[in-house]
Design a protein around this ligand. Structure first.
Ligand code: CP
Ligand code: NVA
Length: 309
């Protein structure tokens, strides 16, 4: 049993696809009013060092829908690692709550929480990764396009936390992943090397030409050029990424039926044009909604069933 949900690499393809199958089935049961409230009187502590709309609301709503409760803890409330040591926060919350979700700058803070907590710890985004987002994304692709095997997902933008987790999830589940980014923004870190080494069928490429990269895309994906914590690099990034906007010109190079996804929040006129965003809003907001459905299943499995088998 795996107690926490921190990193896509910790799971097998069977575990990840099992979670997606279960989330899709639970979404249906929920819509029929038949999903059991398995977290009655259970509490999730939610630690946020960074702002959030989707992550906070989806985890909080998911706990309510399962009969439990969530507590929002901002950095100014608890001082993770400043007012109080991470291990002491982990041990205290383990005695009062049944799970911890954390959004931090440093990835190792979430790992430390997991090491010291007796209850499940979920990564709600770090500078390094955003695994819940990647699972909701692939749930959306499964719903809209069917089997992930052989599908090509082209991420146009920064090789960031969202791209890293999406790449990991794609490679584990048999989808082809292409990152189209300016030089200097690649995903050429140890994460990808390890992932490729452990998975001989992994199909992953990097391109510096977005028009060529989208030519065979089933999914075209983007995220902000300026992630939380990178505000001081804003102008440089806007300059570096100017040829990497998803707009009508780029879409004209892609297959007609390609879908567009965005993890949100979106910055229209930067990584995506208003026109393309609105034309694909149905898929993009389904993707946002699936954060709720995936995480509700994840909470039921981690808190209600003791972990991922
Ligand atoms: N996609 C996502 O994680 O959104 P929030 O930052 O609003 O939580
Ligand atoms: N890459 C973005 C994702 C926001 C959900 C960030 O880290 O700010």
């Amino acid at each position: 049993m795996i107690k926490d949900f921190i990193d896509i690499r910790e799971f097998s393809a069977a575990q990840l696809s099992g979670l997606l199958d279960r989330a899709i089935a639970d979404k249906k049961l929920f819509s029929q009013g038949r999903l059991p409230a398995t977290l009655d009187r259970k509490t999730l502590a939610m630690i946020f060092e960074k702002p959030s709309l989707r992550t906070r609301v989806s985890f909080e709503s998911a706990m309510t829908q399962l009969g439990g409760h969530a507590i929002y803890l901002s950095q100014s409330d608890i001082g993770l690692g400043s007012r109080e040591a991470v291990q002491d926060i982990a041990r205290t919350l383990s005695r009062m709550c049944n799970g911890i979700m954390a959004r931090t700058f440093r990835h190792d803070l979430v790992e430390q929480l997991a090491r010291h907590a007796a209850v499940p710890v979920i990564n709600g985004l770090t500078d390094f990764s955003h695994p819940c987002q990647a699972m909701a994304d692939l749930m959306t692709v499964r719903e809209l396009l069917g089997d992930l095997k052989g599908k090509t997902i082209v991420f146009v933008g920064d090789g960031n936390n969202v791209a890293r987790s999406l790449a990991g999830a794609c490679l584990m589940l048999g989808a082809r992943f292409i990152l189209a980014c300016p030089s200097g923004y690649e995903l050429n870190d140890a994460f990808m090397e390890k992932l490729m080494a452990g998975n001989p069928h992994a199909d992953c490429a990097t391109s510096h030409n977005p028009c060529e990269a989208v030519a065979g895309a089933d999914v075209i994906y983007t995220d902000t050029w300026v992630s939380m914590g990178q505000e001081d690099q804003r102008q440089k990034r806007i300059n570096d990424f100017e040829d990497f906007q998803i707009n009508s010109d780029l879409m004209a190079k892609a297959p007609k039926n390609a879908i567009v996804l965005h993890c949100l929040p979106a910055y229209r006129g930067f990584e995506i044009s208003e026109e393309v965003f609105e034309a694909h809003a149905e898929a993009i907001f389904r993707q946002a909604e699936n954060r709720l459905h995936f995480q509700r299943t994840l909470l039921a499995v981690l808190i209600g069933e003791g972990g991922i088998k």
